[in-house]
Design a protein around this ligand. Structure first.
Ligand code: TYD
Length: 148
C-alpha cells in the first residue's frame, strides 16, 4: 500500500467542510479577490484545476478522496456541491467568486445544478493521484462507516 492509499487517522465530519469568505479589494475598475495557501485555506496549495463548458444537466464528482483537501470556488456562474460523510449529506450552493467551500478528506462529493457559463475552480493540497480516489460508493460507505 502506497502512502496515498492510506486514509487519515483523524476522523473528519461534515462540520469540517465549510464556506470560507475570501478577501476582496473593491475597486471601481473591477473587484479583486485572492487566496494564499495556509492562510485563507487550511492547506498548502499543490495543484489547481478548473471545470468549464459544462453542458446543462451534467453532474461531476461522484467520488471521495482519501487524503486530498480541496477548496472549490465558483469563479463564474453557480453550481451546487453535495457533500456526504457517510452519515449525513449537505448541499452547498456556490454562486460568488469571493466565497469557497473547503472540503476535508473522506467526503463523498457530487457537483450539479451548473448554470450556463459556470467555471468551477479547485485548489488542491496534493498533486493528482488516482490512488487517492475512492470512486466506488459502496467502498466509501464501508470505509466511512468503519471509523476510518
Ligand atoms: P475527475 O476528478 O474524475 O473529475 P470528475 O469527478 O469531475 O468527473 O477527473 C476527470 C479526469 O481528469 C480523470 O480521468 C482524471 C483527470 N484529471 C487529471 O489528469 N488531473 C487532475 O488534476 C484532475 C482533477 C483530473
Amino acid at each position: 500500500m502506497s502512502d496515498a492509499d492510506a486514509i487519515p487517522s483523524r476522523r473528519f465530519g461534515l462540520d469540517d467542510c465549510r464556506l470560507i469568505e475570501l478577501p476582496t479589494v473593491h475597486d471601481r475598475r473591477g473587484n479583486l479577490t485572492f487566496i494564499e495557501g495556509g492562510r485563507h485555506v487550511p492547506f498548502d496549495i499543490a495543484r489547481s484545476y478548473w471545470v468549464y463548458d459544462v453542458p446543462g444537466g451534467s453532474e461531476r464528482g461522484g467520488h471521495a478522496h482519501r487524503r486530498l483537501e480541496q477548496f472549490i470556488v465558483a469563479l463564474a456562474g453557480s453550481f451546487d456541491v453535495v457533500v456526504d460523510d457517510g452519515r449525513e449529506r449537505r448541499r452547498f450552493t456556490l454562486n460568488r467568486s469571493y466565497f469557497g467551500l473547503y472540503l476535508c478528506p473522506m467526503m463523498w462529493r457530487e457537483l450539479d445544478n451548473f448554470s450556463s457559463g459556470a467555471v468551477c475552480m479547485v485548489l488542491a493540497s496534493r498533486v493528482y493521484e488516482e490512488s487517492d480516489y475512492i470512486r466506488d460508493a459502496a467502498e466509501f460507505a464501508r470505509l466511512a462507516g468503519s471509523g476510518a
